[in-house]
Design a protein around this ligand. Structure first.
Ligand code: BGP
Length: 471
């Protein structure tokens, strides 16, 4: 039996605009870098239609409501709201999100909206060199103010920038390190500009959304020491600092922590912090933490004379194709013999969920909502016309149990939004790595009907949701 979940706990689902909507150049929208990114990797990614949620949103919301969901976390595509540098709002973009939000609310589902989820508009990138140029800050401020004014009467939960830490740590994978030769120093400059945009998003939300609450969304990967060797413990702390804690501290304490400041100094890579920047960041008081958690990592000591190794993620979907990073003098990541892995070598570790919630609660004492957590798999429709996904059910059951334990431990958690509700494009594997509790037929080009087929996990999750976490 699961521990008891609080009344009004939000049981939801999660997505992001470019991964689910499709209609990438419809009704005035222009392309984002992610749209282009997946486009070049055809055939496995079909960015032009994704899950065609743009045309199926009513059906999708109905499926959520039938399952008893009470929240839905999604993102707004900046390039649907401001498609170019004319400064004119695209009314059809506003209409789409208005319709979606109204549909959700009519079905008793609370919208949780991410302002920015990886999808840099191409025109912003051209004009300001994406996150590299400070010109983006005012554009971002204008964009967030527009969406708060348009939707803030109904949307009370907002999320600023999805997985800023992952964007910075794994910039090559997400296409943000556009100048790889200088990325080592650039990333902190880029990160500082994103911090300023995060601050703008927080401040404007409190100014413009009556009763509005906003939080960041770090991608959280708890890091364990590989052994009881004290050097491994420090290595795990170093890895946690460099991939996670620097961001959490900034969001919660609203200043850079001592660790990163001395790291910059040591490496002579101070970012360009201008007068007024830290005052702006200091004003951005967050209300809660949104947290994405899929897996854990394990770290061990790495001697300074070792050779550096970049993280090479497994994009093949065949086990054993991942290369762990080595950061000489700091840490190296290694396989954990105590946990199983997915076909993409992601650790399947429900305890990581409890660890994360405990860690964030202990350090920051802010309410938390899980904004992503899920199991990626190769999937197809069986001969009986159904989609059987027992591994996803096991995954979710174990994760939810650990959330219950964390709540029992005293952590304040107000919702669980697994990734994803419907199948959608994966960042690196398009539709060949599926996460949904609802299957979408996008594989058969002959009959590209986007038919929605609830998987076994949908029915299982629905039962759990309807009993507020018991089943
Ligand atoms: C998170 C992202 C999501 C999502 C998920 C799964 O990091 O916020 O956008 O894609 O990871 O990752 P992937 O699609 O690479 O399997």
């Amino acid at each position: 039996h699961n521990p008891k979940f609080p009344d009004n706990f939000l049981w939801g689902g999660s997505s992001s605009s470019w991964q689910v909507e499709g209609a990438v150049e419809e009704d005035g929208k222009t392309l984002s870098l992610m749209d282009l990114n997946t486009r070049t990797k055809k055939p496995y990614a079909d960015d032009t239609f994704a899950s065609d949620h743009y045309h199926h949103y009513k059906e999708d919301v109905k499926l959520m409501a039938d399952a008893g969901l009470t929240s839905y976390r999604f993102s707004i595509a900046w390039s649907r709201i401001y498609p170019d540098n004319s400064g004119k709002v695209n009314q059809k973009g506003i209409d789409f999100y208005n319709n979606l939000i109204n549909e959700l609310i009519q079905h008793g589902i609370t919208p949780i909206v991410t302002v920015y989820h990886y999808d840099m508009p191409v025109w912003i990138d051209k004009q300001y060199d994406g996150w590299y140029g400070r010109g983006i800050i005012d554009e971002f401020d204008k964009y967030v103010r527009t969406i708060y004014k348009a939707f803030g009467d109904r949307v009370k939960y907002w999320l600023s920038i999805n997985e800023q830490n992952m964007q910075i740590c794994y910039g090559d994978w997400l296409g943000i390190d556009k100048h790889p030769d200088t990325w080592f120093e650039d990333k902190w400059k880029v990160n500082h500009i994103i911090n300023l945009c995060h601050a703008k998003a927080v401040i404007a939300c409190h100014e413009l959304v009556p009763g509005g609450k906003i939080g960041p969304v770090p991608g959280y990967v708890p890091i364990y020491p590989d052994s009881s060797d004290p050097k491994d413990q420090i290595a795990a702390m170093n890895a946690e600092e460099m991939t996670e804690k620097v961001w959490d501290d900034l969001y919660a304490h609203r200043e850079y922590n001592g660790f990163i400041k001395s790291y910059w100094k040591e490496n002579n890579i101070d970012p360009d912090i201008r007068p007024g920047d830290m005052e702006l960041i200091a004003k951005a008081k967050i209300d809660f933490f949104g947290l994405n958690c899929y897996r854990s990592n394990t770290a061990k000591y790495c001697a300074p004379e070792e050779e550096e190794q970049a993280y090479e993620l497994n994009k093949s979907g065949k086990k054993g194709n991942l290369k762990f990073p080595k950061v000489p003098g700091m840490y190296q990541l290694v396989a954990n013999p105590h946990v199983k892995t997915t076909d993409w070598d992601w650790e399947i570790d429900p305890v990581a969920m409890r660890y994360m919630l405990r860690y964030v609660w202990d350090h920051y004492q802010l309410p938390m909502v899980i904004t992503e957590n899920g199991f990626g798999e190769h999937e197809q429709v069986s001969e009986d016309g159904k989609v059987h996904d027992p591994q996803r059910i096991d995954f979710m059951r174990d994760q939810i149990y650990q959330i219950g334990l964390a709540i029992q431990d005293g952590c304040q958690v107000f919702g669980y939004n697994p990734w994803s509700f419907t199948d959608l494009l994966s960042t690196g594997n398009g539709m060949s790595k599926r996460y949904g509790v609802v299957y979408i037929n996008t594989t058969d080009d002959e009959k590209l009907d986007f038919k929605r087929i609830p998987k076994d996990s949908y029915y299982w999750y629905s039962q759990l949701v309807k009993s507020n976490g018991q089943n």
